[in-house]
Design a binder for this molecule. Structure first.
Ligand code: TEU
Ligand code: CA
Length: 558
């Protein structure tokens, strides 16, 4: 058992634009975060992951970086950032920053030069036109060709994301050296680690071959874990990460567990953990607005694999949502009648598994998806552009046609302002928010959650405490029970003499719960539940309550 502080930690993800506005301009900012540190302390988290706060023209809310060493004006100053780190550290909370180095903004100094005067030409991926068309058929994550033609330069540049996010050319050692230097610079300023944005997309093959036109994302087969990816990450590790007391988590898109191992294994790339993507894909379809039904069997299959198949020197991250995904109660729970119960059930799931849990802001009060009645309600380029393109191409008649799926899947669901109180604009801002607050803030808000002893908030807090008190939840073995049950997800966590049983009902129905007879549960103790204790005492042969989540300590581990 290789112990580490970041394995035992609980992470809280802050999307700064939507967290708390301190100066009435409608945009969350760093001073706004500083005002809420008591709240984070109260929740009991150990690490904050901050989405990008660097200077940026904001086509992709900060993932289009213009200058890696300054803070975006709207979010505050470098002094504010320094104060944030100091205040967090005073409370023993560490800070990890977002490292987005697959691409920069097209307003980054080097891209401007590569465009206008050829200096730094090789830092980006420029290609001459091929028979008057783009160099290949690769498509952007945000829809349309991944190539943009520059009239003046008479060449195309590659952008896997927005037109204003040109991909860096990682083949160029100058690009890599700059990134390593920048990492050092932030480490010297006191950051405790990084979340590495789309880190497995850095390496593109030399000849840029066409992708399979029928695939979900033509071209991705060539740059997802491209030819030199592990070489680059090993180099980054050796140059700047290795041996430092920091934590790194790589976002790896479209990677199976065997591949993923190379990223986290200490004798390979040496990242501390990865965000795997499998459980984010099984309810999505070909189009951005497609919503497919998911089955509990899918969730069990994916989670059980990641719970059991990592080696001793490999580690897992745990997340159910983030700033790119629908709200977790709306997706995996119930955002209607059983909002509170299902939010607590998902919290129990997240915080009793092996790996480092990441809580996305607002999930700790059970925030839900938002309405988005018209296309104009959205702000996210990844939602708006594909719909506009489809309307323009005549593939759909208008937003109405795709509203149900698009409003469900939009990344903006996670980006509506944090709901602090039953006040104008949810207490997020005194001005006009950059994106509408969810109308249900009258009911779902922090103030109320803090007041009510049985709120989702306190459930998260208790689960975090439970995890801190029992290393079994962090390091113990995982064993799935009732494998084929369609509604109940139950598992054991065992470490030496300690054993816990976690029972989760993922639906509203009230299935009968029969434990396998080989499990010793005489003398069990209920540790936490989302229903009153007296109704959850018995585990053998009773019906579970809607969205029930109960955790028991079992007598021995044999
Ligand atoms: O996300 C990568 C990514 O693939 C997602 O945007 C994906 O398209 C989405 O999850 C599908 O629902 C990272 C960041 O998390 C995201 O916010 C950025 O937009 C993107 O990279 C580009 O930097
Ligand atoms: Ca502000």
């Amino acid at each position: 058992m290789n112990e580490a502080w970041w394995k035992e930690a609980t992470v809280y993800q802050i999307y700064p634009r939507s967290f708390n506005d301190s100066n009435e301009d409608g945009i969350g900012d760093i001073p706004g975060i500083i005002k809420k540190l008591d709240y984070l302390d109260r929740l009991g988290v150990d690490i904050v992951w901050l989405n990008p706060v660097y200077d940026s023209p904001n086509v992709d809310n900060g993932y289009d970086i213009r200058n890696y060493r300054t803070i975006m004006d709207e979010l505050g100053t470098m002094e504010d950032w320094e104060e944030l780190v100091a205040r967090l550290h005073e409370r023993d909370i560490r800070l990890i920053m977002d490292l987005a180095v697959n691409h920069t903004s097209d307003e980054h100094e080097y891209f401007c030069e590569s465009r206008s005067n050829d200096r730094h030409h090789d830092r980006y991926i420029w290609r001459s036109p091929d028979d008057d068309g783009p160099p290949n058929n690769w498509e952007s994550f945000f829809g349309g060709s991944a190539w943009e033609y520059d009239e003046r330069k008479e060449a195309y540049y590659l952008h896997l994301f927005d037109i204003k996010q040109p991909d860096l050319n990682w083949q160029n050692p100058d690009v890599r050296d700059d990134v390593y230097e920048m990492i050092e610079w932030w480490l010297d300023k006191g950051v405790d680690g990084f979340r590495l944005d789309v880190i497995n997309l850095l390496s593109k093959p030399d000849d840029l071959p066409d992708g399979d036109p029928d695939s979900l994302l033509p071209g991705s087969e060539h740059y997802v874990n491209g030819p030199r990816i592990h070489e680059y990450l090993q180099e980054m590790n050796e140059e700047v990460l290795e041996g430092k007391d920091i934590v790194t988590v790589g976002e790896i898109f479209g990677v199976n567990i065997n591949e993923a191992r190379k990223f986290t294994s200490q004798d390979s790339d040496g990242l501390d953990m990865v965000f795997q993507y499998e459980h984010m894909l099984f309810d999505s379809g070909y189009e951005r607005w497609e919503k497919r039904e998911w089955e509990l069997a899918d969730l069990k299959r994916v989670f059980s694999k990641w719970q059991t198949k990592l080696r001793d020197d490999e580690w897992n991250s745990l997340y159910l949502g983030n700033h790119d995904q629908p709200r977790i109660v709306s997706r995996f729970g119930d955002d209607g009648v059983y909002r509170v119960e299902s939010a607590k059930m998902l919290a129990t799931f997240l915080l009793t598994l092996s790996g480092t849990p990441f809580i996305y802001q607002g999930d700790e009060i059970g925030m839900t998806n938002a309405p988005f009645d018209t296309l104009a309600d959205f702000r996210d380029v990844a939602t708006i552009k594909p719909i506009q393109d489809a309307i323009r191409a005549g593939r759909i008649s208008g937003y109405e046609e795709v509203k149900e799926g698009a409003s469900f899947r939009s990344r903006d669901n996670a980006r509506t302002p944090m709901q602090w109180a039953n006040e104008e604009q949810a207490g997020f801002t005194e001005g006009e928010p950059w994106i509408d607050v969810n109308p249900n803030h009258t009911e779902v808000n922090v103030e109320r959650a803090i007041r009510q002893r049985d709120s989702v908030f306190y459930h998260y807090r208790e689960l975090i405490e439970l995890r801190n008190d029992h290393p079994t939840f962090v390091y113990g073995d995982y064993e799935l029970l009732l494998d084929d049950h369609e509604e109940i997800y139950a598992f054991l966590r065992t470490l030496e003499e300690e054993r816990f049983l976690v029972v989760l009902n993922f639906f509203e129905r009230e299935p009968a719960f029969d434990l396998p007879t080989r499990i010793e549960y005489e003398g069990r103790e209920l540790l936490i539940s989302n229903y009153p204790a007296d109704v959850c005492q018995s585990v053998e042969q009773r019906d579970l309550h809607p969205y029930e989540a109960s955790v028991y300590r079992l007598p021995t581990a044999n």
